[in-house]
Write a protein that binds this ligand. Structure first.
Ligand SMILES: [Zn+2]
Length: 378
């Protein structure tokens, strides 16, 4: 099977670290808002990907996290005058409800950052001891210049990294840092913010160390696949590599980096401020989960695309036609489908082939493999 690895910018033959096991970590949601179609696209891809690996006889340990303590949650909780924990739980439940309604299989483990504080503290302490981190003004920072290949994943130069870090909350102008790209591992909590005990006083973790710690705790020092949205490449995943490899002394932390593209809406990235967000829960009022799945999988996971609600009606019709083909004698085979999926998960071609060339039991197997329920087809 070939997979496009963001680290090498190439399609590479997929080889697991240990024979039949796949260790996979996918960055999860920060629960302060509703699941929009961009989230659905990302997690739908990893749902089908892990189904396919299972189908190929591999044992997938799939860990997905929830970033349940983070600046964005605290900010939103303050705005809405809600308890940060209650806010996080509320949106996590809503996300999991959408997840189930879309027939996505739960990851092997669904883990919370707040359940991993002990490992985070251990890692930060170790990074300090090894000289990869420093304490300054009540905060602990990772010192990027101490890590040899910072930038190897995103392939950005220092100036580009600084600009993006600024856009994505990296605060390069923080005067407490030795260098603008250094990032927070641990921060002193402000008045009213949640805090945990640590050797450096009561505080809370930085965002990047949370994922390094959860991945290490549940999957170990080196993993096969790390996934997420393309916008996480820098600084989040770049920083995860620096922390994890400095902590474990093992490289590479991740064999294959898989990133799903962004879904645009009305020509822009979806955002609350633009008011162009499309919510899964709204779509499910008018369309079936299978139709939504069809539309999402008819776009390749690495190709940016524009979501249009009008794509859902033809998908509905197509699925009704396919329900008829399920009753016909078998035609076609899954070999072709496997060929497409083996080529960097080409789900659009797999769907086209199923639609055109197959019927009966073969079609049913193919659709099941891709996670369709075909509820109205009996
Ligand atoms: Zn993450």
């Amino acid at each position: 099977m070939l997979l496009y690895n963001t680290l090498t910018r190439k399609k590479e033959k997929f080889r697991t670290l240990s024979e039949n096991n796949v260790l996979m970590y996918v960055c999860g949601i920060t629960p302060y808002d509703t699941t929009h179609i961009g989230h659905a696209f990302l997690y739908m891809f990893f749902d089908v990907f892990s189904r396919y690996l299972n189908y190929k006889g591999l044992n997938v340990k799939y860990v997905q996290n929830v970033t349940d303590i983070d600046d964005d949650i605290l900010k939103r909780a303050k705005e809405e005058k809600r308890d940060w924990k209650e806010l996080g739980q509320f949106w996590t439940e809503r996300f999991l409800k959408d997840y189930a309604l879309l027939n996505m299989q739960l990851p092997t483990e669904y883990v919370k950052a707040t359940d991993t504080i002990d490992v985070i503290v251990e890692m930060v302490g170790d990074l300090l001891k090894k000289g990869f981190a420093y304490e300054s003004g009540n905060n602990i920072y990772f010192e990027v210049n101490r890590f040899k290949n910072y930038g190897k994943l995103s392939r950005l130069n220092e100036r580009q990294m600084t600009l993006i870090a600024k856009e994505r909350g990296g605060d390069p102008d923080d005067p407490k840092k030795r260098s603008p790209l250094d990032f927070l591992l641990w921060q002193r909590s402000k008045e009213g913010e949640p805090s945990w005990e640590s050797p450096w006083g009561k505080g809370r973790p930085g965002w990047h160390i949370e994922c390094s710690a959860m991945s290490y705790k549940h999957l170990g020092a080196q993993i096969d696949i790390h996934g997420g949205g393309y916008d996480l490449t820098f600084p989040h995943h770049e920083s995860e590599i620096a922390q994890s490899e400095s902590f474990t002394g093992k490289s590479p932390f991740v064999q294959y980096w898989l990133h799903a593209s962004m879904v645009l809406c009305e020509g822009e990235k979806m955002s609350k401020s633009l008011g162009n967000m499309v919510f899964v829960s709204d779509l499910l009022k008018n369309y079936s989960a299978d139709s939504i799945r069809w539309v999402l999988l008819s776009h390749h996971y690495r190709k940016p695309w524009q979501f249009e609600t009008i794509e859902l009606s033809p998908a509905d019709e197509k699925l009704t036609e396919l329900a008829e083909s399920l009753k016909q004698p078998s035609r076609g085979d899954l070999k072709k489908v496997e060929e497409y999926l083996d080529n960097d998960m080409d789900t659009p071609s797999a769907l086209e082939y199923l639609e055109r060339e197959t019927a009966g039991a073969v079609l049913r197997k193919g659709l099941m493999l891709l996670g369709f329920q075909m509820k109205n087809s009996h």
